[in-house]
Design a protein around this ligand. Structure first.
Ligand SMILES: [Zn+2]
Length: 74
């Protein structure tokens, strides 16, 4: 399930369909740590186009859930 779609209340099946979500690593969420999240194809393309900082700014709910949920950090 796409973490970005889930945090914003979108139905992930609409974006993902039967395709697999991909695990993505974010390097600029927390100093010295890597956050691992799952993204659907459309969210992954958006991340690729706008870059990590703007993607996190565009999806504040995802950023909030990442900052409160530390288990996704490695
Ligand atoms: Zn998504």
């Amino acid at each position: 399930m796409c973490d970005c779609c889930e945090s914003e209340g979108r139905d992930p099946r609409f974006h993902t369909g039967s395709r697999k979500v991909m695990q993505v690593r974010l390097f600029k969420v927390s100093m010295g740590k890597v956050a691992r999240i799952n993204l659907c194809k459309l969210c992954d393309i958006e991340l690729f186009h706008v870059g990590e900082i703007r993607f996190l700014n565009n999806h504040i709910q995802l950023t909030k859930s990442l900052s409160t949920n530390q288990r996704q950090f490695t």
